[in-house]
Ligand binder design. Structure first.
Ligand code: SF4
Length: 371
């Protein structure tokens, strides 16, 4: 049974606002069939794929290798406008840029592009809003609006790759890394996310040719979906947002823990590591006086060592304050002690550099507000 449809109702997005079918929703056979439907020979499907995935072009009027007479028809049938940028906000001297998009049905969505000396990372959204209701997260407060379509996920990547190529963020560059850490729980929109990952990682012209190792899919721990992802044969990095090693607190911090408790999540993570050979990332937002106690660091280290051995790395995330929230980041000395204790258990652990904090673009801050 489909993992997503087996989830409680709260995890199923309402079926409203269905986005128009787009070229990026289709696989190779679908693209050929769509071209044929327009009376175009098979080679045109390949040409369109090159335009979209290699030249990063989604505007048929710019596709100069297509006969001028058919560009408009191709545009209307296969390249409807999926997202319109409403606002770009930059910070970190212009190296971090958050974009607010409006989708065809008015749904708002955000993605964040971060330039580093050695890589360019795009943080993308997989759902509009999120139904997981983590109390410390801005996105979770608004609930789930709807699932994004494959093309709505993929087109965030195309737009960012194009912006980088065209030098919109300084020196022209190439998009190298994708993290599914924006709005939404990626594994609750399983089929579309996996389809999008295949398009992100397939070589041109069937995809953007970004290495699977450079793609991170994060989850709050939907254990059956983690196992299913392990069996897909695309060795992306799995990031599990654990946030605490004990069920008692996790039941409130990450409500889905009531369904799949810590032990089950770690078992699924082990299966992922064994099947893909990839080390699993454990995300841990350190919250003052909530989950930052020394005994929790010891317990986290011990549980991870037992479950995953060397196949795990802990990313501590200093909590990003959200407006009006009572949650706060831990003091630096508490953070250092936490790291030391986890490492003492033989588990690798570092503090993540949190980019974009001042533009509310860091993890758990994507609330897509228009104001
Ligand atoms: S932390 Fe992630 S899973 Fe939890 S509510 Fe926020 S976006 Fe959803």
């Amino acid at each position: 049974m489909d993992v997503v449809s087996s989830l409680p109702l709260v995890f199923n997005a309402p079926a409203r606002g269905k986005p128009p079918l787009h070229f990026a929703d289709l696989d190779e056979a679908g693209r050929i069939a769509a071209a044929e439907k327009l009376g175009l020979p098979k080679f045109r499907a390949n040409q369109l794929a090159k335009q979209y995935f290699a030249r990063l072009n989604a505007d048929a009027t710019e596709m100069t290798d297509l006969p001028a007479a058919i560009r408009e028809e191709v545009g209307e049938a296969l390249f409807p406008t999926l997202m319109t940028p409403i606002r770009h906000v930059a910070t970190d001297s212009g190296t971090t840029r958050k974009t607010l998009w409006r989708l065809h049905d008015g749904t708002l969505l955000e993605s964040v592009l971060m330039r580093y000396p050695e890589r360019n990372t795009l943080c993308i959204s997989s759902q509009a809003g999120c139904g997981m209701a983590c109390p410390f997260c801005a996105t979770g407060q608004g609930g789930l609006d709807r699932n994004l379509s494959t093309a709505e996920i993929v087109d965030q990547v195309r737009a960012a790759a194009r912006a980088l190529r065209d030098g919109d963020l300084g020196e022209p560059g190439r998009l190298s890394n994708i993290v599914f850490m924006g709005m939404g729980e990626p594994l609750a929109n399983y089929k579309r996310v996996v389809d999008a990952v295949r398009k992100i990682t397939s070589p041109e012209p069937n995809g953007f040719g970004i290495s699977a190792r450079s793609v991170t899919v994060s989850t709050v721990g939907l254990a059956p979906a983690i196992r299913r992802l392990a069996d897909e044969g695309i060795p992306v990095t799995l990031a599990v947002s654990l946030h605490t090693p004990d069920d008692e607190l996790r039941d409130t911090l990450v409500p889905v823990n009531n369904r799949w408790p810590v032990a089950e999540v770690l078992e699924a993570a082990r299966y992922y590591a064994d099947t893909t050979g990839r080390r699993v990332s454990i995300e841990y937002a350190l919250i003052r006086d909530v989950n930052d106690q020394p005994w929790r660091a010891d317990l986290l280290g011990a549980k991870l060592r037992k479950a995953l051995g060397q196949m795990v790395h802990v990313n501590l995330i200093p909590l990003n304050p959200t407006p009006g929230s009572q949650w706060d980041a831990s003091p630096k000395d508490v953070e250092r002690e936490f790291v030391r204790r986890v490492q003492e258990q033989g588990v690798s652990c570092t503090v993540r550099d949190t980019r974009g904090q001042e533009i509310a673009a860091a993890c758990g801050q994507l609330a897509a507000e228009e104001g």
